[in-house]
Design a protein around this ligand. Structure first.
Ligand SMILES: [Zn+2]
Length: 269
């Protein structure tokens, strides 16, 4: 190799090394910045939680444990409003295991040991018997009473995967509620799907079983709690599977006037 050629090769090599170093420096700065951004977002987020909605939506849960109380209690408030503005802190009375009343001829169970208010169970049973008699496929009872501790766990999981979740519920309605804001903690709400359609999504509302329940639930004291056109009031997504017991008279009025519980109670946010 000639001297000139050798010089040229060395020049190229030096140039290549310089470029390589530049790329490494650039990447490491960028990586650091991304990491810093991520940390900043986290810190900023943690410090900025007390926006009005989030502050309201994240009260400190005070219930840590519960016992099943099956003693009849005439004080149950079947119109209790639990939502993003109105919290529940107390354990409901009158809970019992749904399976003790409704056997698997009448319904499938998506979860074990589902608890509901005993009056609610009895009405639910009547409804499911009539649905069966009318040839509707078997329903699936997926969820009933949920302790505030359990709801807290669900909420924390959700917030972990999406820290911005629930910040603007009336524009961006929720599917998972914060602790103390879930109707499931009353023992008066039940999630029901069907063996013909097991997915908890909008499509269920268009099925025979979804429609049958929407059109008939009021006869047994239940309402579709989160209608499609009320998300700006409820802060909750359309949930064709979530039914709430309010008693027959009120349920009929809510169904016929096509309003939601907040509107019935004159407590819209
Ligand atoms: Zn539900």
């Amino acid at each position: 190799m000639k001297k000139n050629e050798l010089k040229a090769v060395i020049r190229y090599m030096l140039a290549a090394i310089v470029v390589l170093i530049a790329v490494i420096v650039f990447l490491s700065v960028k990586l650091k910045k991304t990491k810093a951004d991520a940390e900043n977002v986290k810190i900023v987020y943690n410090e900025s939680i007390p926006t009005q909605t989030i502050e309201k939506a994240e009260p400190t849960p005070i219930i840590t444990d519960y016992e099943i109380n099956t003693e009849p209690d005439d004080d149950t408030d079947y119109l209790q409003l639990v939502n993003l503005e109105n919290y529940i802190y107390e354990l409901p009375d009158n809970l019992d295991l749904v399976e003790r009343y409704i056997d698997d001829d009448l319904a499938e169970y998506g979860n074990s040991e589902i608890l509901l208010n005993t009056e609610v169970i009895n009405e639910l049973k009547d409804m499911l018997e009539d649905a069966k008699a009318q040839g509707i496929p078997k329903y699936i009872i997926n969820s009933g009473f949920r302790s505030i501790r359990n709801q807290t766990r669900l909420w924390n999981n959700r917030k972990e995967s999406d820290p911005n979740y629930g910040k603007q519920p009336y524009e961006n309605p929720l599917k998972c509620m914060p602790p103390n804001s879930s109707e499931h903690s009353t023992g008066l709400a039940v999630d029901i799907l069907n063996t013909s359609y097991r997915e908890a999504n909008d499509g269920y509302g268009d099925t025979l079983a979804g429609k049958w329940m929407y059109q008939n639930a009021y006869k047994y004291g239940f309402i579709l709690r989160y209608p499609e056109n009320k998300t700006h009031i409820t802060g909750v997504m359309y949930e064709p599977w979530h039914y709430r017991y309010v008693g027959k008279e009120v349920a009929k009025e809510i169904y016929e006037r096509e309003i939601c519980l907040e509107e019935y109670l004159n407590k819209t946010p």
